[in-house]
Design a binder for this molecule. Structure first.
Ligand code: DX5
Ligand code: ZN
Length: 219
């Protein structure tokens, strides 16, 4: 079963708790939380305080995607805020192995993300240390962008790389996932599909999430 993780970046910011409750009721598997610092990416979003407040609104796993420079400084704060998965960018971590150890020490699941221009070889040496590999299929910073077509071949190669591992991290795809392309992305080997605009841009979350999941699972 493929997992669907709505990104609240595209939700109504004035009603975030209610938006999370609504997608939970509509069948979401995880909640994807995009943390941006205005430095690693050209946008600023949320910090640990908001995530801690939202933590009280749902029992769904919190998939925290850190698009921030110097992630080591904030790992303890995001762990304490209630993250379940903490994902850092390989481009933002000077000593990725150490960063992953720090995440593990908090007891949380460790994820690593790659920008579209970063080759898969950048995670080869740490693949056995992670629980989640996140492939960005848009340049990070904003919701509602178009899926970069070349990402499909990268996802396929990532999935083949993971298939050779004794312990397999989950493969997540983030950016431009829509009803028209989710089936091909899932078929290529993604386990977790992030969708922001495709979910929160629609009126009927239950209907949207059911269609996205059906397409992803080929049912
Ligand atoms: C982009 C974020 C994504 C974004 C996805 O920087 O990491 O999680 O919210 O939004 P959509 O699905 O609208 O591309
Ligand atoms: Zn994200």
């Amino acid at each position: 079963m493929k997992l669907l993780a709505p990104s609240i970046l595209s939700a109504d910011g004035a009603r975030l708790g209610a938006e999370i409750a609504a997608v939970e009721k509509a069948g979401a598997d995880w909640i994807h939380l995009d943390v941006m610092d205005g430095h690693f990416v050209p946008n600023i979003t949320m910090g640990p305080a908001l995530i801690a407040a939202l933590r009280k609104t749902t029992g769904l796993p919190f998939d925290v995607h850190l698009m921030i420079s110097n992630p080591d400084r904030y790992i303890d704060s995001f762990a304490a805020a209630g993250a379940d998965y903490i994902t850092v960018h390989v481009e933002a971590a000077d000593h990725l192995h150490r960063t992953l150890e720090m995440i593990r020490k908090t007891g949380k699941k460790a994820g690593v993300s790659l920008n579209p221009a970063t080759p898969l070889v950048a995670v080869e040496e740490i693949l056995s240390d992670i629980d989640l590999l996140l492939i960005m299929s848009v340049n990070p910073g904003f919701g509602g962008q178009q899926f970069i077509a070349g990402s499909l071949s990268k996802i396929k190669r990532a999935s083949e790389m993971i298939a050779r591992m004794p312990q397999k991290p989950l493969l997540e795809v983030d950016g431009g996932v829509q009803l028209q392309n989710i089936a091909s992305i899932a078929k290529t080997g993604a386990d977790v599909l992030v969708a922001g605009a495709a979910v929160f841009g629609t009126g009927d979350y239950a209907k949207t999430i059911a269609s996205l999941k059906a397409a992803a699972n080929g049912t």
